[in-house]
Design a protein around this ligand. Structure first.
Ligand code: ADP
Length: 300
């Protein structure tokens, strides 16, 4: 699609609030459109702008802004530069990152990451999930295209969490766990959703971590057994009945322990993030992985 085609919310060359000049469209997902722009008031610094039509039936940008603002200063959050609305669209301006992990995996040989890349990226994602949970929100759409590597020399080895359009507060104003709804509509992405989501139950913190578990499995194996199945109920059944020995064939035993911990958790339980982190760190140690070695995509 070209950036001047009809139906798009912004046009190349357009300037928002006399400040952000649109350069190109870089993503268009379920809810919004993502553009690269430059900040003409600040040395033409490159930024990302997420926009949502004011006519969109599901307005989610407000939630995204609320979550991103609270995440400011956290390691795995984009910088928040501004937001606003007019009669045509709502927008959110944030730091521009590099490629997302779905594209990086697809470009990798055999569509896999090596153990070193998978486990180091996995540790960063785990900490990103811990950060969003620490501000009282669930992400609810953890998947590779919602994580991007940084773009500058200072940020290119850091993972950034994107897309808070499906986030939900699990704590109330008093800091208590909200009571779960007896039924909740399916949210997220079929391939990575936790079994809880397939069952239309209220999701908890462990469900973001189940999605991380499926991501790690896919990074290492190059695929998940349900990759080609569209039917949500069938995929849910496959996940519930999955033989972890087959799913994790040739993977480090710590991933079994990772899943075993998640299995013990219900809606109100606090995951043991430190334990999960220690499991991934054990893989790093046992395999003599160094933090400095190149990621798969950095190898020439
Ligand atoms: P949607 O909610 O419409 O799916 P996302 O926020 O998930 O939109 O973004 C879709 C894609 O756009 C991402 O997978 C990523 O490739 C790209 N993208 C989103 N935000 C940024 C950003 N800040 N910097 C660089 N690319 C981004």
């Amino acid at each position: 699609m070209t950036s001047s085609s009809e139906g798009e919310i912004l046009q190349v060359g357009q300037v928002i609030r006399e400040r952000w000049k649109i350069k190109a469209k870089i993503g268009g997902g379920g809810f919004g459109e993502i553009y690269e722009a430059t900040d003409v008031q600040n040395h033409h610094e490159r930024v990302a702008i997420k926009v949502e039509s004011s006519k969109a039936t599901k307005q989610v940008l407000k939630m995204e802004v609320a979550v991103l603002r609270r995440l400011q200063g956290k390691k795995h959050a984009c910088k928040f530069y501004g937001c606003g609305r007019n009669d045509k669209f709502n927008y959110l301006v944030m730091s521009l990152q590099g490629k997302n992990l779905a594209d990086l995996r697809r470009e990798a040989p055999k569509q896999c990451f090596n153990l070193s890349t998978a486990v180091r990226v996995g540790l960063q994602i785990l900490n990103g999930i811990r950060e969003i949970h620490s501000i009282g929100f669930l992400h609810r759409d953890i998947k590779p295209s919602n994580f991007a590597m940084g773009r500058t020399s200072q940020t290119m080895r850091n993972v950034y969490m994107l897309d808070f359009g499906l986030a939900r507060q699990y704590l109330n104003a008093k800091g208590e766990i909200r009571s779960p709804r007896s039924a909740a509509g399916f949210r997220g992405t079929v391939r990575y959703a936790a079994v809880t989501a397939h069952k239309n139950k209220e999701m908890g913190r462990q469900d973001d971590l189940w999605s991380l578990f499926y991501m790690l499995t896919e990074f290492l194996q190059g695929q998940l057994p349900w990759r080609k199945i569209k039917d949500k109920d069938e995929v849910g059944k496959m996940k519930e009945e999955a033989d972890l020995n087959a799913l994790l064939d040739d993977c480090p035993n710590e991933l079994h322990l990772f899943a075993a911990h998640l299995k013990t958790l219900g809606y109100a339980d606090t995951p043991d993030y430190n334990y999960l982190e220690s499991l991934l760190n054990k893989i790093v140690k046992d395999n003599d992985i160094s933090w400095e070695e190149p990621y798969d995509w950095e190898l020439g």
